[in-house]
Design a protein around this ligand. Structure first.
Ligand code: ATP
Length: 758
């Protein structure tokens, strides 16, 4: 869309007062004249001219003005954040590049400019594990009791589940988090909702002592190395000490989100064979107490250690025989905590059992080994640029992979974990981020949408923040531009991966310009390809996903454009990973791993690392944009074929939420037509609060025909006039997994069931 010329009238219609509009226009004109290109002009405007209290529409308007001549095909997606030379120099990656002895390929091909050298480093991080990982492990201070004989050993069978990372190594990854750094450095910063600015600090030495205490008590209770131990409680300083204590004792933590119902807790305890579980009497949500211990008790007879919801009080719970209070548990290990020695294990031993979200089906039970956390630490070092003495915050739970990720990402990098004892959706959370001087703030798209909707974070400077990061679901470009603006133009590192990866495969770096809702690079140590149908059919294929799964014709496209290849090589396909990948899963507890990830997948012709590897399925639909950027289009299962044209649910949803003002959230599903023929597009819409009052149809019901027509118009103008909206349903909320991801498969089932009853 072309940007209108800046006049006082235009600025007024974008929220600026009449009096200051002329001088504002002069200021902008001076910047545009002084700066030689749109990127430097935007750097100045975004950092020095635009302010948080300017209407967001004004931010958007100026952004459009500055970049109106930008050629997306040649220059890549329009950036909203551009690195400065000084900022670039200070990044972990730039510091690493200065000293890395990367071998011949690195020395010959590097140009000495971190921004230009990043693609080469990314490529070598996968191709040259023996050169890349040792200095990274050293930086993360991974403490080996027996050094690995090498970094990676390919299996002679070629089976990726038999490859070995860090062969022969003996270590305990929790020990590496807690030792070898200044014991007085902050390890956890936390605050309660009632007093969010009163930030308490737990030093590394104190966290170490508490974790060792937990491990010593477990030993005294007869919990042997190798046992599985559950943790079903919110992320608090105690639960972090418990989590690390379980790992120090050589056991596997079975982390379970506190929001789960008894049946879900039961299945997780059963699959993992947990010998003990840590829980709380209650959890607080807002001002309300919700029972937690009761849910655990209903989940079976696994012995529980029960913490009080109110620190320092006695837990309010009706204990069963064998259950212990937190105090009694600690009493058992107290005399031994200082002499406790961490249990040193093989690199391949399990430290954590996690469950995937269940977006595509039954959650998978995924064991993390003592190697997996290294991926968390390395990703955070490279992509979120976490540094020593940083403060890392990501509202989550130990039951979702970002909980354990947060622990390792912070501690292995010598940073502190920031924990807020309250919901992240309201203003007190913003107070905490400010007062704790958080340097990296992680979010999920629904949090950002809620902040934007209520504008509850207005006025915060979040002065210590260097970047945001986002994961979980595809985000909305407009919301994420808003977020960058809200933080005084700090970049958002999109981070996409999976529980079974122990981190991400696509993300961003502080070396590259960042565009909202876009990934600027594959992650460190990753090699990926996009699989598609025959190239000539890629834009308008009649094949659906199932057909493609069986098709022998895969077109592969590598992560980085090859040298000499045009950088404008747009392509959309299903993302697959090229093994090996440090930290990625090699077993599942409730399913056959090879079958889940490799069966039926094509092979890459030849790779330098492991012969001709079979590709690893991931199931995300991803578009590669010009200049090596990427956009996620959701799960391949949610990709639909409308009248012979492939489109992702996420694209349709973005069109509706950004063009139809009343629509707060949307989910698009395709259902087969009764009697055959092309699939029908059905939209589920959640309306903005209060919008029903203004636009209700007859009987105060939502005016569905009008909404359908508006969504149709949005889809027609943004995507394709051939996509016809067949039905619209207005719902109060969308079905989500416990980790807050939209479950489109349930919506499809709902429409299918309704149709079959007709
Ligand atoms: N930044 C992101 N942008 C877009 N999608 C994301 C992002 N981060 C994560 N995702 C989505 O989440 C998925 C990983 O989530 P997770 O490991 O919890 O399991 P799941 O795939 O949702 O569940 P299951 O495997 O049980 O179906 C990714 O494959 C991707 O679809």
């Amino acid at each position: 869309m072309a940007a209108p010329r800046l006049t006082p009238e235009v600025l007024k219609s974008h929220g600026m007062t009449w009096e200051i509009a002329p001088s504002f226009i002069d200021e902008i004109a001076a910047v545009m004249q002084a700066e030689s290109n749109p990127c430097s002009a935007w750097q100045v405007l975004s950092k020095q001219v635009l302010r948080q209290d300017h209407d967001f529409r004004l931010h958007q308007l100026l952004h459009r003005q500055v970049f109106q001549g930008w050629d997306v095909e040649c220059q890549g997606p329009i950036p909203t954040w551009i690195p400065t030379d000084e900022g670039t120099r200070e990044t972990n990656l730039a510091c690493f590049m200065q000293v890395w002895q990367g071998g011949e390929a690195w020395e010959e091909r590097r140009q000495g400019d971190p921004t230009k050298d990043w693609p080469l480093l990314q490529q070598l991080s996968w191709e040259e594990p023996e050169a890349f990982w040792p200095p990274v492990l050293q930086h993360l201070r991974v403490n080996f009791h027996q050094m690995p004989s090498r970094m990676f050993q390919a299996a002679s069978s070629g089976n990726p589940d038999e490859h070995v990372w860090l062969p022969g190594a003996r270590l305990n990854i929790a020990e590496s988090c807690l030792e070898a750094r200044d014991p007085d450095a902050p390890a956890i910063q936390w605050a309660d909702e009632a007093s969010p600015r009163v930030v308490q600090t737990i030093s590394l030495g104190s966290l170490r002592l508490q974790s060792f205490h937990v491990a010593a008590s477990l030993q005294q209770l007869g919990i042997r190395p190798g046992a599985a131990v559950g943790v079903a409680m919110p992320m608090t300083p105690e639960s972090v000490a418990i989590y690390l204590g379980i790992i120090l004792a050589g056991c596997a933590a079975v982390s379970i989100a506190d929001s789960f119902a008894p049946s879900e807790i039961q299945s997780r305890l059963k699959i993992s064979g947990a010998a003990l579980i840590f829980t709380q009497d209650h959890v607080m949500r807002g001002k309300r107490q919700h029972p937690m211990f009761d849910k655990v008790a209903k989940a079976g007879d696994v012995r529980a250690v029960v913490l009080p919801c109110q620190a320092g009080s006695a837990p309010q719970a009706e204990f069963r025989p064998g259950d212990l209070s937190w105090q009694d548990f600690l009493r058992a290990g107290k005399p031994y905590r200082r002499e406790f020695r961490p249990c040193i294990v093989h690199s391949n031993d399990i430290c954590n059992i996690l469950f995937s979200s269940g977006t595509t089906g039954e959650p998978k039970a995924i064991p993390w080994t003592h190697v997996t956390p290294i991926r968390c630490g390395a990703n955070a070092w490279a992509h979120q640029d976490v540094r020593q003495r940083d403060v890392v915050c990501w509202p989550t739970s130990l039951g979702w992979m970002m909980g354990p990720w947060l622990v390792f990402a912070a501690l292995l990098n010598g940073a502190a974990i920031a924990l807020f004892n309250g919901p992240p959706l309201a203003r007190p959370f913003g107070d905490f981020v400010d007062a704790a001087r958080v340097t990296m703030l992680g979010v999920v798209p629904s949090i950002v949408r809620a902040w934007r909707g209520s504008d509850c974070m207005q006025g915060f400077e979040w002065g210590a923040l260097r970047c945001f990061s986002s994961t979980g679901e595809a985000s909305s470009p407009e919301d994420y531009h808003w977020l960058m603006a809200r933080g005084g133009y700090k970049p958002v590192m999109e981070y996409c991966g999976g529980t079974e990866i122990g981190g991400g495969f696509l993300s961003g770096t502080l070396l590259q310009p960042q565009a909202p809702a876009t990934f600027s690079t594959p992650t460190i140590g990753t090699n990926l390809v996009l699989l598609g149908p025959e190239p000539e059919a890629s834009s308008s294929s009649g094949s659906n996903n199932d057909e493609r799964q069986q098709s022998p014709h895969w077109s592969l496209t590598a992560a980085q454009p090859a040298e000499g290849q045009s950088c404008s090589s747009g392509f959309t396909g299903e993302l697959a990973l090229v093994p090996p990948m440090l930290g990625a899963s090699q077993r599942l507890l409730n399913r056959d791993h090879f079958h889940a990830y490799y069966q039926g997948m094509p092979r890459l012709k030849a790779s330098s690392l492991a012969g001709s590897p079979v590709l690893r399925r991931h199931g995300d639909e991803v578009e590669r944009l010009p200049c090596g950027y990427y956009v996620a289009h959701g799960r391949s299962d949610d990709t639909m074929n409308l009248g012979g044209i492939k489109v992702s649910s996420v694209e349709l949803e973005k069109a509706c939420t950004s063009e139809v003002q009343e629509v707060m959230e949307a989910a698009a599903v395709a259902v087969p037509s009764l009697g055959g023929g092309p699939s029908r597009l059905v939209l589920f819409l959640v309306l903005q609060p209060g919008s029903l009052g203004q636009h209700a149809g007859a009987g105060n019901q939502p005016d569905k025909p009008r909404l359908q027509q508006q969504c149709q118009q949005a889809i027609r103008s943004r995507l394709n006039p051939l996509f016809k909206v067949a039905e619209v349903h207005v719902v109060e909320s969308l079905p989500r997994t416990a980790s807050n991801k939209v479950m489109r498969r349930l919506l499809r089932e709902q429409v299918d069931n309704k149709a079959s009853k007709l």
